[in-house]
Ligand binder design. Structure first.
Ligand SMILES: [Zn+2]
Length: 111
């Protein structure tokens, strides 16, 4: 039995060979692999991980935080915002005029 007791099995997650402490019960080489495999199966974060912790982790994974975005974008003044709205309105009017012209071209001539 000593030969069998020292035999290794492959971790079901990382495939690393290891000697299980509990034979026929232990499928993973350690807790990290067991948890990771559990998460992978569930397709979601670990239930013990809080929502805020999940969000923080995802932000970290993306490599940017809302704070970093806010720092990179200076807050425009009211005048700048109004000017931008005015420009957009002008463009919208121009687009509407263009649309009317195109529709007039597409419409069948009046009988
Ligand atoms: Zn493992």
């Amino acid at each position: 039995m000593s030969l069998l007791d020292n035999s290794q099995i492959a971790c079901e997650y990382c495939r690393r060979k290891f000697v299980p402490k509990k034979r026929w019960v232990q499928k993973y080489c350690g807790s990290p692999c067991r948890v990771a495999a559990c998460n992978q199966r569930a397709g979601r974060a670990h239930p013990l991980e809080s929502q805020s912790a999940t969000k923080a982790r995802r932000r970290k994974e993306r490599g940017r935080t809302p704070t970093a975005v806010a720092v990179n974008q200076p807050v425009p003044t009211n005048e700048e915002v109004l000017a931008a709205i005015g420009q957009l309105a002008e463009r919208l009017t121009a687009m509407e005029q263009l649309q009317q012209q195109l529709l007039a071209l597409l419409r069948p001539p009046p009988v």
